[in-house]
Ligand binder design. Structure first.
Ligand code: IMP
Length: 473
């Protein structure tokens, strides 16, 4: 028999958020990272993000993929991403200050769209009604499709900046001129400084830029195992979410194989991350919102007035609100007790009950194989509410239409002491039964649940090495 020394080909799994973002995807990636050689982003930009507590202080990651602490893991930013070079530079400095050198580990596709000062200004002027993060991502993607406007190139890819910095810079200056004509002196000065700093920024970032679009394919062909990290979440997809209250990129898992620069032939599993106490920031439909319209308006106003965590903490007693008969109060109590505020802005997030109807639809439509549910421990708070247990919005029965779903109350489980065992066999029976109820209703296996704010508090019911022997349903 001929002996083959062919290297076994690798594969790519995709991890996406199943709700409205902020499900704690990075916490799950931490758990999974040792099983992968590359963590790759395929959509979004600095509108994503999470904060990591380290012994040396916090690091805020926005554009660099998760997994920076795993020194054997390579990090890739695919061409589907919109890059803010100024913020990326700050991010890399912060990472370096923690003693982590990403040279040789981090690669950015040279086809990434560059966020320009014009995009930031346009988003600030137009994004409020949607509640955007003001990162210019929407205008940047819009220009990627527009390509030229009035004879000027409006989409600048990283490679344009690298090949001819002066020409790209000149286009950026022309592109922002209209916005600057109605801007304050302060804004004009800021933009001027941004543009002036660009050439040195290019020199600094050049070593990270990857011009080979087969970069990831080559690694996978040599056996690399890739995990695609979705930014934002399925309910915010530019097409599949509720326009216009969505982000501007595709967040659905199949887009990983477009914006992530890899053939879909390497796809293995799709992993979804949900949150047991659901949250949404910005405007838009949220069927399971506690306090409905009132909560939506309260949070929208708070984003404008700047009312946030501190004010709520001064004004309200969450333990009392939790017992209220008013769902709005229960939502506020849950927000305060589970810390649901924007990481950068501190703005209050809208809070909702677990929506199994939506989860089931998303899981089935987008082919989710395995699910993690974060903040599962927070469900025990519902015991003290008027519900007397955990309320969930049930999948629609035959003949029911959107909005007619039944709310079912399931037995709550006791509060877990901090540091308690995370072994499945040591967990309260009611918790395990609740998990089984959920997986049965949504049609996907819940392989892990988050049981505390610390990044290592995840109970794993089925570890990734066991997924391998699991055949697809
Ligand atoms: P944009 O992505 O900044 O254009 O914002 C569009 C919508 O997506 C707004 O409702 C944002 O609050 C929301 N959004 C964008 N990024 C995130 C995220 O990482 N988590 C949660 N919501 C997000």
């Amino acid at each position: 028999m001929a002996v083959s020394n062919r290297v076994e080909t690798g594969y790519a799994d995709v991890l996406v958020g199943l709700q409205y973002g902020d499900e704690g995807k990075a916490k799950i990636i931490d758990v999974l990272a040792p099983n992968y050689d590359v963590i790759a982003r395929f959509n979004g930009g600095a509108n994503a993000g999470h904060t990591i507590d380290t012994p040396q202080g916090q690091i805020s990651l926005k554009q660099v993929p998760s997994g920076i602490f795993n020194e054997n893991t390579k990090l890739y930013v695919g061409s589907g991403c919109a890059v803010n070079l100024w913020k990326l530079s700050v991010e890399l400095d912060a990472i370096a200050a923690h003693g982590i050198d990403l040279r040789g580990r981090l690669r950015l596709s040279d086809r990434c769209a560059v966020v320009q000062p014009m995009h930031l200004l346009l988003d600030q002027r137009n994004g409020r009604q949607i509640g955007t993060t003001n990162n210019g991502i929407g205008p940047c993607y819009a220009d990627r499709v527009m390509r030229m406007r009035d004879g000027i190139q409006v989409n600048i890819q990283l490679r344009d900046l690298l090949r001819d910095t002066d020409a790209a810079l000149a286009a950026m200056v022309k592109n922002v001129a209209g916005e600057l004509s109605v801007a304050t002196d302060q804004v004009r000065q800021e933009v001027d400084e941004q543009l002036r700093s660009l050439p040195s920024l290019i020199d600094k970032l050049r070593p990270y830029v990857e011009s080979d679009r087969a970069y990831l394919s080559k690694l996978v062909n040599q056996g690399a195992r890739v995990l695609f990290e979705g930014a934002q979440s399925i309910m915010l997809d530019v097409v599949h979410g509720d326009q216009p209250y969505v982000t501007s990129s595709h967040t659905i898992p199949s887009y990983a194989f477009v914006g992530g620069d890899l053939s879909s032939r390497y796809h293995r599993f799709t992993i979804g991350v949900a949150k047991a106490v659901v949250s949404r920031v910005g405007q838009g439909p949220f069927p399971a919102e506690l306090g409905g319209e009132r909560s939506a308006k309260y949070c929208a106003d708070a984003a404008i007035t700047g009312l946030g965590k501190r004010v709520e903490a001064e004004q309200y007693k969450p333990e009392e609100l939790l017992k209220s008969k008013d769902a709005f109060d229960v939502g506020m109590a849950l927000r305060m007790m589970t810390g649901e505020y924007g990481t950068g802005t501190g703005r209050p997030r809208r809070i909702g009950m677990l929506d199994l109807s939506q989860l089931k639809e998303v899981v089935q439509t987008f082919g989710i194989d395995f699910v993690y549910i974060n903040k599962f421990d927070c469900l025990s708070l519902y015991e003290k509410t008027v519900y007397g247990g955990v309320p969930v919005l049930m999948p629609l029965a035959e003949g029911q239409s959107h909005g007619e779903g039944e709310v079912k109350v399931l037995p709550a489980f006791p509060v877990l002491p901090s540091g308690s065992s995370l072994k499945p066999e040591d967990l309260p029976t009611a918790l395990v039964e609740l998990k089984a109820f959920i997986e049965c209703r949504i049609g996907a296996e819940v392989v892990g649940v988050g049981l505390g704010p610390e990044r290592d508090r995840t109970a794993e019911f089925k570890k990734p090495e066991q997924w391998l022997i699991q055949s697809r349903r």
